[in-house]
Design a binder for this molecule. Structure first.
Ligand SMILES: [Zn+2]
Length: 129
């Protein structure tokens, strides 16, 4: 990625990159990989940001995950039950399937969001290595 094309904060969060340099990846493997889905790197490979600033730092990301999935579930059930006329059972079955498929990305997105909220972007850290 060139220095002239810096992703925005929301884009960096969605792409699961380091919030300080917006270059380094937060996780060892791609989200679609089944290997080590919940293992996060210890620090950024570009700017050396510690991804575990303190013990229990990511407890807050559980609330973020709850907020994402809770809001999505309410909208999903409302739309499929009242707009498309699906039964409650079918709507919940579809919801459970979708949430199960995207579980790893939801987990990673919540952590990325939580870290992104707490760490400020510092352009001077880009291409430090
Ligand atoms: Zn970084």
């Amino acid at each position: 990625m060139s220095a002239s094309k810096v992703p925005g904060k929301a884009s960096a969060i969605l792409q699961l990159t380091c919030p300080r340099c917006r270059q380094g990846k937060l996780f060892h493997t791609p989200t679609t990989s089944f290997r080590r889905p919940f293992d996060m790197k210890d620090h950024c490979e570009v700017c050396e940001l510690d991804f575990m600033p303190e013990p229990g730092f990511y407890y807050g990301s559980m609330y973020v995950s709850y907020m994402f999935v809770g809001g999505f579930s309410l909208v999903f059930i409302a739309v499929f039950h009242w707009v498309f006329g699906w039964s409650m059972t079918a709507s919940f079955a579809a919801l459970i399937a979708i949430v199960a498929i995207f579980m790893v990305y939801i987990f990673r997105l919540s952590r990325s969001f939580w870290l992104g909220v707490h760490v400020k972007y510092r352009p001077e850290t880009r291409n430090a290595k």
